[in-house]
Design a protein around this ligand. Structure first.
Ligand code: ZN
Length: 198
């Protein structure tokens, strides 16, 4: 026996498919949305559709942006010769929040994982190598300290070494497997300042 109408069940099902939303939260959200004024629900669905339709990769660093080139890459006040490599846009945001990194970023959109069948060609690695043809002094590898993050760091380091460009790795102290976005700013800054050449 279904507790709710088919349409409510469908809404709960879709919401509970979102990351971090369990069945209970999905139910709460579903009833919240149903009771909200139609205007609000429309604003929400429009924001989702609009983001989906208009957000794409920055043509330089591959972060998600509304523009052809993101505001960080466009900023001539930043040091474009220092590139910090992160796994995703959320990690970029975590470092950006510290307000202390003056270089630019490169977003890989994933990490190498032989177990999941994700190889070097499945992340934005070729794109990173292309950027190194420019005037680059240092590549800081800030992938997560998970097995995949470490594998990726090693792989990138081996790839860049022959170019003579300095490659550094953020200091450990970032919890293993931890999403960078969940780590406090002091820890991130310490990891960044304590980076070592690899
Ligand atoms: Zn960019």
């Amino acid at each position: 026996m279904d507790l709710y109408s088919g349409k409510i069940n469908k809404l709960i099902e879709e919401l509970s498919a979102l990351p971090g939303i369990g069945a209970k939260s999905a139910g709460r959200l579903a009833f919240y949305l149903i009771n909200e004024p139609e205007e609000h629900v429309k604003r929400l669905t429009t924001a989702i559709l609009d983001a989906k339709a208009n957000i794409h990769y920055c043509s330089e660093c591959f972060t998600l942006t509304d523009d052809e080139i993101c505001p960080i890459c466009r900023n001539t006040g930043r040091d474009h010769s220092v590139i910090m490599v992160v796994e995703n846009t959320r990690d970029l945001a975590a470092y950006e929040k510290t307000g202390r990194f003056e270089g630019v970023y490169h977003v890989l959109h994933g990490a190498i994982s032989p177990m999941l069948g994700i190889g070097p060609n499945d992340i934005k690695l070729k794109e990173l190598m292309k950027r190194l043809a420019g005037d680059v002094k240092e590549v800081i590898i800030a992938t997560n300290s998970s097995l995949e993050g470490e594998t990726t760091a090693m792989y990138i380091s081996k790839l860049i070494k022959p170019t003579g460009i300095k490659v550094t790795r953020i200091a450990s102290g970032v919890p293993v497997g931890g999403d960078l976005e969940n780590i406090d700013e002091v820890t991130l800054l310490r990891a960044l300042e304590g980076r070592t050449e690899i």
